[in-house]
Design a protein around this ligand. Structure first.
Ligand code: HEM
Length: 217
């Protein structure tokens, strides 16, 4: 049993390897492909930000509720919390009197999925992995691109979501985060569930991007 556990690939490496295909698919969605080229306007960012408010409300609400659970505690890091930044960005991107951005069904479904698994530490951990390590990776490049396109300085309202004030250097922080993932006291079944749920989380993002882009018409 112990040997079996030792021989298993560590969770962070499994998450990276086993989400490689869905990561590529998410990266190649028409919305991401367009945004990464800098073809982005205020409406695009406002629409995306509105959907992320609902997703992060679910993610961060569920995370706080599990903060004392030992299988989860290590990866629950308050400095990652993005909800206040998202709300500030949405306000900054909205003109006075402008109609609210509709909440899309894909965002509602994503938030519901998070709430459905909120009592399962391994699955919630996978949702956190997918969003926060993504925000600290490709999200950093996207933040700079949006800043250039909209004439905003890094961290300014509108794009403050992309800057983590409490994290000085992203690379060592991500390395440490992967160590925490590897150290989470999960059973083999729970590790399998985490990997499975990370794939679900990527698909939720993909569905959201597809719906957002289809509105662009
Ligand atoms: C244009 C879109 C995207 C680009 C250019 C991009 C780029 C990257 C790059 C270069 C890395 C590797 C960083 C490193 O090893 O330090 C990475 C990692 C990651 N990305 Fe993305 N990404 C994109 C979209 C997404 C999306 C939509 C998600 C999920 C919501 C996501 C989630 C992740 C995760 C979880 C990692 C960490 C992988 C690991 O080390 O385990 N990415 N991304």
């Amino acid at each position: 049993m112990t040997a079996g556990v030792q021989n298993r690939t560590a969770l962070a490496a499994r998450l990276r390897e086993e989400t490689r295909t869905v990561h590529e698919e998410a990266e190649q969605t028409p919305l991401m492909a367009r945004l990464i080229k800098g073809d982005v306007d205020r409406d695009d960012l406002r629409g995306l930000t509105r959907q992320l408010v609902t997703v992060y409300e679910a993610l961060e609400g569920a995370s706080r509720a599990l903060a004392d659970e030992p299988r989860f505690a290590g990866v629950h890091a308050p400095e990652l919390e993005r909800l206040d930044a998202l709300r500030a960005d949405l306000a900054a991107l909205s003109a006075e009197g402008e109609p609210e951005v509709p909440l899309l069904p894909a965002a509602t479904a994503y938030a519901e999925r998070i709430r459905d698994v909120a009592d399962q530490p391994a699955r919630l951990l996978a949702h956190r992995y997918t969003r926060y390590l993504g925000d600290l990776s490709g999200g950093q490049a996207l933040g700079s691109i949006f800043g250039r396109a909209l004439g905003l300085e890094a961290g300014q309202p509108g794009i403050s979501f992309y800057q983590f004030q409490g994290i000085e250097k992203v690379k060592p922080y991500k390395d440490r985060y992967r160590e925490l993932l590897d150290g989470a006291p999960l059973s083999d079944e729970e590790s399998d569930a985490a990997v499975e749920e990370a794939i679900v989380a990527f698909r939720c993002n993909q569905a959201l991007f597809e719906e957002l882009e289809s509105l662009k018409g």
